[in-house]
Design a protein around this ligand. Structure first.
Ligand code: FEO
Length: 398
């Protein structure tokens, strides 16, 4: 791994994890990820901002050695989660004079997670500043991006915002800055959908908080840096906006093909009505793709066949995920086939308790779909399209 210079006396010293394919034993990482760590050298003091995932501690220490760093005065933990904090015990051992800088809420979390000794902490209030000598670092509390203790660190002289998870993306790249804008946009939107979406209101507040800063570079703790920060900040404004787009997301599973026939009919009817559709086969879907779709969707229609009176477990999983991610959905419906009996509507309704949605009458049929079923699906498409029009939802474009 190599050290990369961002500005005079500001370096990227973190690690690229090209091969990681799963985060939190849950989130797919098709493009790998990075754990960004930054070294800021002032005339008098030196600061390390974030550490790295514990699997990559050796990379961070190697980079610090390559830079000839023999003392660190401050180590900043903007966020307590272990992919950034996990190397802290080793780093604090390696630099025994370093103080651990974090928010008041972060301190007890780091003690709980990593058993950091009390005496190593230097907690900072919102707005506090530390001077390194020609480099001034300000700390701004930005709670719930995506834990309660999160803050960002702003380097005034170089106009760099170290934003940790906020504005980040799981994307392994050897480029320090954005090169392939489309790829980064998709990775950042996926990250927003998977990690940030449940906290849309907090994100809007935090965007307001940083709006007064003059930012030349956004340096998150995952993925490439932004030297045109307006791009990612405006994308976050759009994604966090409560108004959905003219988009229906249809996650489905089928056992003997009946529910798939129903999905096909509904998708065609929605397209005929001018509605954008994204369809996901839950037996093979990358959950991040579903998360991207949910960022903008106005409606979700779950395609769920019945197994032993209840919804297929993959459909239940998708319902639980949609409920947990709290997207800006306005409407929900359910379609599917059953063999001899079903409680699928009651069961799925009982899961979607976080969503403030209007339920559009489901289409649940016994056996294979008939012409009557297809007519009901056409009516469902018409109703969805009419509701989207009445609400003036804008066209969806990714
Ligand atoms: Fe990248 Fe919330 O840790």
């Amino acid at each position: 791994m190599s050290v990369r210079k961002i500005k005079t006396d500001v370096y990227a010293v973190g690690a690229i994890d090209w091969d990681r394919r799963l985060f939190d034993a849950l989130i797919p990482l098709p493009e790998g990820t990075t754990y960004n760590s930054y070294l800021v050298k002032g005339g008098e003091k030196t600061m390390l901002i974030e550490t790295v995932d514990p699997t990559m501690t050796h990379v961070l220490l190697g980079n610090l050695k390559e830079l000839g760093v023999d003392s660190i005065d401050y180590v900043v933990a903007n966020h307590a989660e272990q992919d950034h904090s996990g190397s802290l015990p080793v780093v604090l051992d390696a630099f025994p004079m370093a103080q651990l800088v974090c928010s008041n809420k972060c301190k007890p979390m780091l003690i709980d997670l990593l058993a950091i000794p009390e005496e190593r902490f230097h907690t900072v209030e919102n707005g506090a500043t530390l001077e390194l000598g020609g480099k001034s670092l300000q700390f701004l509390y930005t709670p719930w991006v995506h834990w309660p203790e999160t803050m960002v660190t702003y380097l005034k002289e170089d106009r760099i915002l170290f934003s940790c998870d906020f504005l980040g993306a799981h994307l392994a790249s050897s480029d320090l800055f954005v090169d392939d804008k489309a790829a980064l946009h998709i990775a950042a939107k996926r990250y927003f959908g998977e990690i940030m979406m449940p906290f849309r209101a907090a994100i809007q507040n935090n965007l307001d908080k940083i709006s007064g800063l003059e930012i030349d570079i956004v340096a998150p703790s995952h993925g490439p840096l932004y030297n045109k920060p307006r791009t990612i900040i405006e994308s976050y404004r759009d994604w966090a906006d409560p108004e959905p787009k003219n988009l229906v997301v249809i996650p489905y599973v089928t056992m003997h093909g009946s529910t798939k026939l129903m999905v096909d009919r509904l998708v065609g009817a929605l397209i005929d009505q001018g509605v954008t559709v994204e369809q996901f086969d839950l037996t093979s879907v990358d959950l991040g793709e579903l998360g991207i779709g949910l960022v903008d969707a106005a409606t979700i229609v779950l395609g769920a066949p019945t197994v032993l009176m209840g919804a297929h477990p993959l459909a239940l999983y998708a319902a639980h995920l949609a409920n947990a991610l709290r997207p800006k959905l306005r409407f929900v419906s359910l379609i599917g086939s059953y063999g001899w009996g079903t409680k699928v509507v009651e069961q799925v309704s009982g899961i979607l308790t976080n969503l403030k949605v209007e339920v559009i009458e489901p289409v649940i049929v016994k056996g294979a779909p008939t012409q009557e079923t297809f007519a009901a699906l056409d009516r469902l498409a018409g109703e969805i399209a009419a509701k989207h029009r009445e609400n003036g939802f804008k066209a969806y474009s990714d």
